[in-house]
Design a protein around this ligand. Structure first.
Ligand SMILES: *Cc1c(COP(=O)(O)O)cnc(C)c1O
Length: 363
């Protein structure tokens, strides 16, 4: 089998050691002679997994005791609906920060349920995009919450500042952020992430929410999207995404072994720096995001000649560098380099980029 480096934006690659452990466990989990896919979520073994995974995540992210962790279904899109249903009051308004594709999609969903103020924060100078600093965000005093996305996965645009808004509920779509860098949970009221970027396999959605918010939801809220119900059942209201949950429990252990979030953040910084250096070192590759908003998770770039895009993706694949084509709405190239992408994969991509530039720079 050829070993490939998979730069897919999600589902994305998983650490080899985690995959090996899952393979080993597959037909005989916890010595039960059975796989986790076949075991009740009410079994003592699963309840043990539930407890340990919560503790591990709490430890990794330093989650304060007044926050609850929920393991839900439905991906980030499920949360786009759950958030306004659970956290907006009747006749109320909510603020949605628009910085790219995913934050816009979240706002469009919220519009179905409440008055949604869409606040544009993306600016451009000399073709370079940047996000306005917080003090320039046009926040409404009366809104129930502010929703934003600290890493726009498609455009490769990130917001690294921690929120500064006083007495405001800050909600964050951390789908391509969670576990990649240190964050101060106490700055947020609720953050959520679908698992298929940094946390494991798709299906599972992790929510970290301040307990005091777990009370009111709109009457019509489907029970599986109701935070209070999920909390009362400790995320076992209905059958959970057991395999995905199990995989993320392995990811948490793997991260702890590496040295935790601080360590993985250092590695992630080093990885993205290597790629941006190659991009900035010539006119052959171009990135149009201001340095302070460049994503460490999704490195997006264009080739000097866009007719070379397909050739780049094809030749890269022949070199075992997989899935480098960006989403069609953005075009160009995207290297998604989540926690599981090893430094060796980045070095191989850097080498390929230099080779490709040399070969085609006259075109
Ligand atoms: C991937 C992604 C989503 C969509 O996640 P689903 O689980 O497919 O609903 C939403 N927001 C961000 C920031 C993402 O990266």
């Amino acid at each position: 089998m050829n070993y490939i480096y998979n730069f897919s934006a999600g589902p994305s690659m998983l650490p080899i050691s985690v995959m090996k452990k899952a393979h080993q466990d597959f037909r005989n989990w916890c010595n039960l002679g059975s796989s986790i896919l076949e075991i009740s979520h009410r079994s003592k073994e699963f309840l043990e997994l539930q407890k340990n995974s919560k503790n591990d995540l709490r430890e990794l992210l330093n989650i304060p005791n007044n926050y609850e962790i929920l393991f839900c279904h439905g991906g980030a899109r499920g949360q786009f609906s759950a958030i306004p249903m659970n956290l907006s009051e009747k006749n109320s308004q909510v603020d949605y920060i628009y910085s790219g594709y995913w934050s816009k999609k979240a706002a469009e969903e919220a519009q179905k349920y409440c008055k949604t103020n869409i606040i544009h924060v993306l600016q451009e100078i000399d073709n370079i995009k940047y996000v306005l600093p917080y003090h320039k965000w046009n926040i409404n005093l009366n809104s129930d919450y502010i929703h934003y996305c600290p890493n726009e996965t498609i455009e490769g645009i990130a917001i690294y500042e921690e929120p500064i808004f006083k007495n405001k509920n800050i909600i964050g779509d951390f789908s391509s952020t969670l576990l990649s860098r240190v964050i101060d949970i106490s700055k947020y009221s609720l953050i959520y992430a679908s698992a298929q970027k940094n946390i494991g396999a798709s299906g599972l959605t992790i929510i970290i929410v301040k307990k005091e918010l777990l009370k009111k939801s709109k009457k019509f809220t489907p029970s599986i999207l109701d935070y209070n119900i999920m909390y009362n059942y400790d995320s076992l209201f209905n059958t959970p995404t057991n395999f995905s949950w199990y995989l993320s429990s392995l990811i948490f252990k793997w991260l702890k072994k590496i040295g935790g979030i601080q360590k993985i953040e250092e590695i992630n910084q080093e990885k993205s720096k290597l790629l941006y250096q190659v991009i900035d070192s010539s006119n052959f590759y171009k990135n149009f995001v201001h340095k302070k908003n460049r994503s460490q998770m999704n490195v997006v770039f264009q080739l000097k000649n866009k007719f070379l895009d397909n050739l780049f993706v094809k030749e890269a694949q022949l070199n075992n560098l997989y899935a480098l084509k960006n989403h069609k709405i953005a075009g160009g190239i995207r290297a998604s380099i989540y926690n599981s992408m090893p430094l060796a994969g980045i070095k191989k991509l850097v080498k390929f980029m230099l080779y490709f530039k040399k070969k085609y720079s006259s075109l």
